[in-house]
Design a protein around this ligand. Structure first.
Ligand SMILES: [Zn+2]
Length: 106
């Protein structure tokens, strides 16, 4: 996943200007998609296009390799602190899945 940074602020979305210094020159770097669940919301009543997969979770993922968070969708139960990886991108949305605990290496 691509990260844009300036003045120590990192984001997955490219802004027009840095809020700190006003520069439009952002440093870009590629980081791992892996992350940790920072917070989540369970969606019971979904918009029509997602009704078929409800209930699902809207998860804020703290990336492991950047000081940035990604809003993602998950279809399985999660808890804060769970390790997650990008499963796929769908219509501009990130779908994450849990890392099986046997594969978590600390
Ligand atoms: Zn800046």
């Amino acid at each position: 996943m691509k990260i844009y940074s300036c003045c120590g602020n990192e984001s997955i979305t490219k802004k027009y200007f840095c809020p700190e210094c006003g520069s439009s020159e952002f440093e870009e770097r590629e980081v791992s998609n892996d992350g940790t669940v920072y917070s989540f919301t369970k969606i019971h009543i979904a918009p029509a296009e997602f009704a078929g997969i409800a209930p699902y979770y809207v998860v804020l993922v703290q990336l492991d390799e950047a000081n940035a968070k990604v809003t993602a969708r998950m279809e399985e139960e999660v808890a804060i602190g769970d390790k997650v990886v990008l499963d796929r991108e769908e219509g501009g949305a990130y779908l994450y899945k849990k890392v099986p605990s046997a594969e978590v290496v600390n």
